[in-house]
Design a protein around this ligand. Structure first.
Ligand code: TRP
Length: 403
């Protein structure tokens, strides 16, 4: 089986994935459950997309498009050898087109942040996590390794660990080696990342049953039948909860409560409010990697939606919005520009922006209130010496009677 080359589009890689899944010699021994392909993953109560701030702003349309694109890709993989995909223009995802056209038409302009993560975007994001200014990843990892034993004594051993948005699963081994899990269920929207990280974890934990799910964790999931009756520990690191506004964050945490069930625990990383002099550089680094990550969205629009956006006429902006307690990322026009996307004309005047991401920050009490609002009772909390980042363990309890 061919390795996935850097130059490949995500689309080509997904096609290859579709072929690979039917291959008896698949990379991993675990079968990846795909959204829309099996009743193991259903979607009875979707998080209300209107209340999602930017990153997930996922719609029924997007969800069905995901299932559709899996089918289209499978058909393409049947029709042509994988390598010919290199020459094809990438297929436009209808949900991407709809979100971009709507986002450029509304005021203020905003495009959901989930579209950052094509292959290039996912790679750039991995680079962000290694930047000196980006304290979040290394701080969370250091908290996890310093307090692994404490955390394990509160979670207990033998739980099935369910990771939401597992990505490259970089922090997972720290948790898995601490809590002696009965199984591991990584959930991620990028099947390609999922495959790679599962293969790696299988090497490190050869006896651990792994049940990957390719899908959007913003949708309520039904866990694989193999997990029935096993106590669960949810793992939601990286302050991803901060990429939603409060109503969407509560909806998601409630959906996780329902997915995992009463008595489950949740280990969640939540970035804290701190001086702007530390926050801004984390989202606007000296090397310009975050800028490139943000601007990649415009390149992606040009590539996949036949856009004519003059990318060099935009600059990356990171702002602290104190009222909302959030970092905002924008793409600002440095001159009056006009362009078309999918044949539709747009104009943006100098100084106006496209809002692409929010990262909400929480004080310790804010974070605990957020969790309690969704039925999760905090039972443990750890931080680093400077109090930059909070790692909270919470328990899914039935809502207590008054008072
Ligand atoms: N949730 C993390 C954060 O808000 C990671 C992240 C999501 C991020 N989107 C990003 C980091 C965009 C930098 C830029 O920091």
């Amino acid at each position: 089986m061919a390795a996935v080359g850097d130059a490949r589009t995500r689309r080509a890689a997904v096609r290859e994935g579709a072929a690979t899944e039917r291959d008896a010699n698949a990379v991993t021994r675990a079968d990846i459950i795909r959204h829309g392909e099996t009743p193991a993953l259903v979607d009875p109560a979707r998080v209300d997309p209107a209340r999602v701030d930017s990153k997930p702003a996922d719609s029924a349309l997007a969800a069905s498009a995901l299932a559709d694109s899996a089918r289209v890709d499978a058909a393409l993989a049947d029709a042509a050898p994988v390598d010919s995909a290199l020459a094809d223009p990438p297929l436009a995802d209808p949900a991407f087109r709809a979100d971009v056209l709507a986002g450029l038409s509304r005021r203020p302009r905003a495009i959901p942040a989930r579209w950052f993560y094509d292959r290039r975007g996912s790679e750039l994001f991995e680079d962000i996590t290694r930047l000196p200014e980006y304290y979040l990843t290394r701080t969370e990892r250091s908290i996890l390794s310093a307090h692994a034993a404490d955390i394990a004594s509160l979670t207990g051993s033998g739980r099935a660990v369910v990771e939401f948005g597992s990505g490259s699963s970089a922090k997972t081994p720290l948790v898995l080696s601490a809590v002696a899990p009965s199984a591991y269920v990584p959930i991620d929207i990028s099947g390609e990342f999922l495959r790679d990280s599962v293969a790696e974890l299988e090497r490190q934990f050869p006896k651990l049953p792994i049940h990957p799910i390719e899908g959007d964790f913003m949708h309520r999931l039904v866990l694989p039948a193999a997990l029935a009756n096993q106590p669960r520990l949810g793992f939601f690191p990286g302050s991803t909860i901060g990429n939603m506004n409060a109503p969407a964050a509560v909806d998601l945490l409630r959906a996780m409560w329902e997915t995992l069930g009463e008595g489950s625990k949740l280990l969640i990383g939540i970035d804290r409010i701190k001086p702007v002099s530390v926050l801004i550089p984390a989202y606007d680094d000296a090397q310009g990697v975050t800028a490139e990550f943000n601007l990649n969205l415009l390149h992606r629009i040009n590539r996949e939606l036949g856009g004519t956006i003059p990318v060099s006429a935009f600059r990356h902006v990171a702002r602290w919005n104190d009222t909302e307690a959030r970092i905002e990322m924008h793409l600002e026009a440095t001159r009056d520009v006009s362009f078309s996307v999918d044949g539709r004309p747009f104009a943006i005047s100098k100084g106006k922006t496209i809002h692409t991401e929010n990262s909400y920050k929480y004080g310790p009490r804010d974070a605990r209130l957020l969790l309690r609002s969704a039925g999760w009772t905090p039972i443990g909390e750890w931080t680093d010496r400077e109090g930059l980042f909070g790692l909270i363990l919470a328990e899914a309890r039935a809502v207590p009677a008054a008072p």
